[in-house]
Each structure stands twice: as structure tokens, then as C-alpha cells.
Design a protein around this ligand. Structure first.
Ligand code: NAP
Length: 286
């Protein structure tokens, strides 16, 4: 069983980007800039934001971190987004999710200028991706695709089964795999006879947000398995693929697996950096 090492590829992508940014700064006289807006102090979100900020700093992207209190109103957040939309120095805007319960996430994501939408979650980018057009692609699915391609995993004509249909991961992942000429099945919590479908997955992508669902008898022999999940079990970070019964049998049956940590997570950050540089280049070109 091969380990698909997202941490190593992410490092490589970052060093290539750092060289490109160095060249771009000389050419355009300014560095790319990402503004991250974090509302509240959720520990997981704070840790993700810190990791994104650190990665930006490492490769020469300016990172403007806006920390807002949990009690920030929707109107206050929308007012900040408008300022950032109109700020010529800000290339990418990322609103860290989840937002406090009193704020409508869809309204906020839609308020971001879609040309500055570093996370690719604006409805315009969702539509462009669905049309296989020139979209800014959500970071986690984009990172997974980059990893599969870098590892020379064939996609065309393969049956890809995606478990999870969130706007953040499952749906854009399915669209991307379709664009890459896979035949795609999307499963969710109301799917009947999940094992019948997962057993057909030559590429199986699991993004459900809890462990203990998948067992070895639900897997096609030789499947490539991508584990998106981030869960804590007994204080240990594990993916959605983790189970307490036959995780070793899953590893024996699969041809390749993304580890947690060190698989999809670092690729998500690398893809965010790529998105920011892409947005910057598009803005400098006009
Ligand atoms: P989400 O919005 O909660 O969506 C979970 C999806 O899984 C839903 O579509 C749900 O179905 C489906 N699901 C839940 N239980 C299921 C079951 N028993 N059988 C089949 N489908 C089931 O989560 P998300 O944002 O997509 O994230 C998923 C996981 O990935 C989380 O652990 C998250 O932390 C992780 N994540 C990791 C990264 C990274 O960079 N590594 C990035 C993003 C997310 P319904 O639609 O029917 O409810």
C-alpha cells in the first residue's frame, strides 16, 4: 500500500511558489496579499488560520489577519468585506468558517468579490466550476486532485465514489473528478446500501467528519483511498477512515491511502497559496 504524501508535495509546491513570487514582486512592484477574517476564537479555526498565516509568510505572500470578536454582527462583517473588496492592495479574501450562529454564512460568502474569493466558495465560482470553466477552485478538492495527479493516479474513466456532499468538500470534489473524466457517484447520510456503492469505488474519497464508518469489506481491492476527515479520538488526530476494528485490513486492501495527518490537510493549505497567487496574477494582468 502506497502512502500519498501530501506533506511532501505541499512543501515542494510552496518552494516553487516562493520562487515565482520572488519574480512576480520584481515584475509588479508588490507582493500578493491575502486577508483572512476570523470571527470568534474557535480553537480549531484559530489553529487553521495560524497555519495558513505561517505558510503565507514562508513564501512571501502578505497575510493581513483580521480578528473579530464572536459578537460581531453580520452587518459589521459585511462592511469589512466591502472595504476589502474595494482595497486595491488586497488580492485574496478568506472568511474562516464556521461563522458564529447569528451570521448567515451564505450571505457573507456571496458578499466577497468572486474575483478575490481565495476559497472558491462564492456562487459564481461554484457555477464556473460546474461549467468546467475558469473557476477559483475550493482548496481541499483542488489539493486532492493535485496530489492524485502528482502521484500519477489515473482518473479518466475510473469510478470515483465521494462520501459526503458538503459545499466545501464533497460537491466540488465530485465536480472536479467529473471534469477529469471520472464517472462519479456521490453518497451521503441518506444513501441506501452504502457498501454496495463504496465497493465500486476505484477512487474513494471520504469526507464525512467522523470515524468508524468504513470497513475493509466496503472497499474495492486496489482502491485509491483519500481521507479528508479530521477527528480526535482519545486525544489523537485521526481521519474518517479510522476505525477501531479493521483499519489494518483497509490498509492491506487499498492500493494507496492519504495519511492523517500529512495527507489532505497540507495540500489544502498549498492550494490556498496557489489560489492567492493565481488571483494576484489575474489582477496584475488587467
Ligand atoms: P460536513 O459539512 O459536515 O459534511 C459531511 C457530509 O458527510 C455530509 O454530506 C453528510 O451527509 C455526510 N455524512 C455524514 N455521515 C454520513 C454517513 N454515516 N454516511 C454517509 N454520509 C455521511 O463536513 P465537511 O465540511 O465536508 O468536512 C468533512 C470532514 O473533512 C470533516 O472531518 C472536516 O474536518 C474535514 N475537512 C478537512 C479538510 C482538510 O484540509 N483536511 C478540509 C475541509 C474539511 P448529509 O449531507 O446527508 O448530511
Amino acid at each position: 500500500m502506497k502512502i500519498l504524501n501530501g506533506a511532501a508535495l505541499s512543501k515542494k509546491i510552496k518552494s516553487v511558489l516562493a520562487i515565482e513570487i520572488d519574480y512576480l514582486v520584481k515584475k509588479h512592484g508588490r507582493a500578493p496579499k491575502l486577508c483572512i477574517v476570523l470571527t470568534g476564537d474557535d480553537p480549531a479555526s484559530t489553529s487553521y488560520v495560524k497555519s495558513k498565516q505561517k505558510s503565507c509568510n514562508e513564501i512571501g505572500i502578505l497575510c493581513d489577519l483580521r480578528l473579530l470578536p464572536y459578537a460581531t454582527s453580520q452587518d459589521e462583517l459585511l462592511a469589512l468585506i466591502e472595504v476589502l473588496n474595494n482595497d486595491p492592495e488586497t488580492d485574496g479574501i478568506l472568511v474562516q468558517l464556521p461563522l458564529p450562529k447569528h451570521i448567515d454564512q451564505n450571505v457573507v460568502l456571496q458578499a466577497i468579490d468572486y474575483k478575490k474569493d481565495a476559497d472558491g466558495l462564492h456562487p459564481m465560482n461554484v457555477g464556473l466550476l460546474n461549467r468546467s470553466d475558469d473557476a477559483i477552485i475550493p482548496c481541499t478538492p483542488k489539493g486532492i486532485l493535485s496530489l492524485l495527479k502528482a502521484e500519477d493516479i489515473p482518473i479518466t474513466g475510473k469510478h470515483c465514489v465521494v462520501i459526503g456532499r458538503s459545499n466545501l468538500v464533497g460537491k466540488p470534489m465530485a465536480q472536479l473528478m467529473l471534469r477529469e473524466n471520472a464517472s462519479v457517484t456521490v453518497c451521503h447520510s441518506k444513501t441506501r446500501d452504502l457498501p454496495h456503492l463504496t465497493r465500486q469505488g476505484e477512487i474513494l474519497i471520504i469526507a464525512i467528519g467522523h470515524p468508524n464508518l468504513l470497513h475493509a469489506d466496503m472497499l474495492k481491492k486496489g482502491a485509491v483511498v483519500v481521507d479528508v476527515g479530521i477527528n480526535s479520538v482519545d486525544g489523537k488526530l485521526v481521519g474518517d477512515l479510522y476505525n477501531s476494528i479493521d483499519v489494518q485490513d483497509i490498509e492491506k486492501k487499498a492500493a494507496a491511502i492519504t495519511p492523517v495527518p500529512g495527507g489532505v490537510g497540507p495540500m489544502t493549505v498549498a492550494s490556498l497559496l496557489e489560489n492567492v497567487v493565481e488571483i494576484y496574477k489575474r489582477r496584475c494582468a488587467v
